[in-house]
Design a protein around this ligand. Structure first.
Ligand SMILES: *[C@@H]1O[C@H](CO)[C@@H](O)[C@H](O)[C@H]1NC(C)=O
Ligand SMILES: *[C@@H]1O[C@H](CO)[C@@H](O)[C@H](O)[C@H]1NC(C)=O
Ligand SMILES: *[C@@H]1O[C@H](CO)[C@@H](O)[C@H](O)[C@H]1NC(C)=O
Ligand SMILES: *[C@@H]1O[C@H](CO)[C@@H](O)[C@H](O)[C@H]1NC(C)=O
Ligand SMILES: *[C@@H]1O[C@H](CO)[C@@H](O)[C@H](O)[C@H]1NC(C)=O
Ligand SMILES: *[C@@H]1O[C@H](CO)[C@@H](O)[C@H](O)[C@H]1NC(C)=O
Ligand SMILES: *[C@@H]1O[C@H](CO)[C@@H](O)[C@H](O)[C@H]1NC(C)=O
Ligand SMILES: *[C@@H]1O[C@H](CO)[C@@H](O)[C@H](O)[C@H]1NC(C)=O
Ligand SMILES: *[C@@H]1O[C@H](CO)[C@@H](O)[C@H](O)[C@H]1NC(C)=O
Ligand SMILES: *[C@@H]1O[C@H](CO)[C@@H](O)[C@H](O)[C@H]1NC(C)=O
Ligand SMILES: *[C@@H]1O[C@H](CO)[C@@H](O)[C@H](O)[C@H]1NC(C)=O
Ligand SMILES: *[C@@H]1O[C@H](CO)[C@@H](O)[C@H](O)[C@H]1NC(C)=O
Length: 390
């Protein structure tokens, strides 16, 4: 098996002159020093060029799945088939390497979105690399990946010459396409509407943010939706797709976002409780990573002809359409039903909401910069990666 796509060249660009008096150990020694990493060590030893590239890189953070994580992963659909798919395996490994050295103490209770080395367009269309969400939950350092899966750090800050290693208790999940995410999250009306109106292309572009109405949102105005022409429905759907990637930390009060299609605007409003609204709809589950950006679940369908802001006292979203509920869930007829179920409302399944709306602090302290890497170069991309705000 070849790591044809492993970014050895990309990694080579990270190689910096080491400090002459380095007192840290090689990656080999760091990995070998942890008995929870014997599976990973065995695995990497089968790929000497990969191990060598990682060993020579600098300013990286490796999220290293523990033996327990490997065992759990081996029993999943992806785990059972991945050894036959070297491209996928390579992409998954790249997703476990963060571009920058991030000690666990730099992860705070405000989410940060950190770029990984996964840039292969077969698997991601997020410029500068797909991200993971890093956040402290209680005393734990948690990384959220695709489909809101969480990986918790069990042993942090295992330094090596090129950066640091955190042992995690679950293999990361690659963020899937919007349609796969919609199915897994039971956003079946959205799935059907996107499929039936040919909005798949708009929803598959590079670097997008999708505001995804949940099933209740579609159902509650089902009578109004039933009367729409396909063109009108498509126009409404594409009003939910925004150019560029805006994680929750970018959704500051008063921000206007331009939709991808014809530059219609959406307006973000936040209230004292930290609740985020887009026009009058509430963001109920933020930050679901998808292959080409991010998806935020909202509680109402947005109406380009009704851009009212939420009322000052709103505790939930308000409908943008006048309509009533229907008995059959809109746009689900003849569409596939969810297979794997991820319930975004179950306790603990969603990332912690940012609470400190309006404060100036960032979600992550600046990455530690060692060796010969230019600080400006590192923080330049890092700053874009990390999303300041709130
Ligand atoms: C720095 O660490 C690397 C990897 O362990 C080692 O090969 C190198 O000799 C070390 N350099 C010094 C000056 O100790
Ligand atoms: C790391 O280990 C691999 C195999 O386990 C070995 O081939 C390689 O030479 C080692 N690298 C260093 C720098 O010790
Ligand atoms: C992980 O390592 C354990 C022993 O440490 C071994 O029994 C197990 O088969 C390994 N699992 C995988 C998936 O390699
Ligand atoms: C990324 O975009 C390219 C070109 O548009 C496309 O071929 C590829 O399928 C996209 N990848 C993903 C994961 O959506
Ligand atoms: C992707 O997004 C970044 C910032 O979010 C932006 O700088 C870049 O131009 C975008 N790329 C494309 C191809 O739209
Ligand atoms: C976090 O750690 C502190 C000190 O070890 C402990 O007192 C506290 O109960 C822990 N909090 C949680 C939520 O586990
Ligand atoms: C790793 O390096 C960081 C920053 O230099 C340091 O704070 C941390 O204690 C080191 N970790 C270990 C386990 O030595
Ligand atoms: C799109 O909808 C049609 C029915 O109109 C269905 O046959 C097809 O499987 C759907 N496509 C996907 C990708 O689910
Ligand atoms: C999925 O959505 C449908 C329609 O709203 C609902 O009846 C069903 O209970 C949901 N399934 C799950 C697992 O939440
Ligand atoms: C958000 O902006 C609106 C309109 O300017 C303002 O009324 C509201 O108080 C602001 N919310 C916060 C949390 O500052
Ligand atoms: C992590 O996911 C598990 C389900 O797999 C869930 O029970 C747990 O609450 C989640 N933890 C966090 C911090 O999100
Ligand atoms: C890592 O980030 C640096 C800038 O901080 C950037 O120049 C480099 O291309 C990135 N590497 C990869 C593999 O994405």
């Amino acid at each position: 098996m070849q790591f044809r796509h492993f970014p050895i060249l990309a990694l080579a660009s990270l190689v910096a002159a080491q400090d002459s008096g380095n007192d840290t150990q090689s990656l080999n020694a760091t990995l070998a020093g942890n008995d929870q990493l014997s599976n990973l060590t065995n695995f990497l030893s089968q790929y000497p060029s990969l191990l060598s590239a990682l060993s020579q890189a600098s300013e990286i953070t490796i999220l290293a799945p523990s033996n327990d994580a490997f065992t759990e992963f081996a029993d999943t659909d992806t785990g059972r088939t991945i050894s036959n798919n070297s491209d996928l395996l390579s992409a998954l490994l790249q997703y476990h390497v963060l571009n920058g050295t991030y000690q666990a103490s730099q992860v705070t209770n405000q989410s940060a979105f950190i770029h990984t080395l996964l840039t292969d367009e077969t698997y991601t269309n997020v410029t500068d690399g797909q991200v993971v969400e890093a956040v402290q939950v209680g005393n734990d350092t948690v990384f959220y990946s695709g489909l809101l899966q969480n990986s918790t750090v069990t042993t942090a800050d295992q330094n090596f010459t090129g950066g640091t290693v955190h042992i995690i208790d679950r293999v990361l999940t690659l963020p899937p396409s919007i349609l796969e995410a919609a199915l897994a999250l039971n956003l079946t009306s959205l799935y059907g509407a996107v499929n039936l109106t040919d909005s798949v292309e708009a929803a598959s572009k590079r670097n997008i943010t999708v505001f995804a109405p949940n099933n209740e949102a579609f159902n509650s105005i089902g009578s109004a939706l039933a009367n729409l022409s396909s063109d009108d429905l498509q126009s409404i759907l594409e009003y939910h797709i925004v150019e560029n990637v805006y994680y929750s930390t970018d959704l500051a009060n008063g921000t206007t976002l331009q939709t991808e299609d014809d530059d219609r605007d959406l307006t973000i409003t936040t209230n004292e409780n930290g609740t985020v609204f887009v026009n009058a709809a509430e963001v109920v589950v933020p930050n679901i990573l998808i292959a080409n950006g991010v998806l935020h679940i909202i509680d109402n369908v947005l109406n380009p002809s009704n851009t009212a802001a939420p009322s000052a006292s709103a505790t939930a979203g308000a409908p943008g359409f006048t309509g009533s509920a229907v008995s059959e869930q809109p746009f689900t007829s003849g569409q596939p039903t969810p297979t794997t179920q991820v319930n975004p409302t179950s306790e603990g399944a969603g990332p912690a909401q940012s609470t400190a709306a309006g404060s100036e602090s960032s979600g992550l302290a600046a990455p530690r910069c060692t060796g010969g890497v230019e600080y400006a170069a590192l923080v330049g991309a890092g700053a874009a990666a990390m999303v300041w705000g709130f």
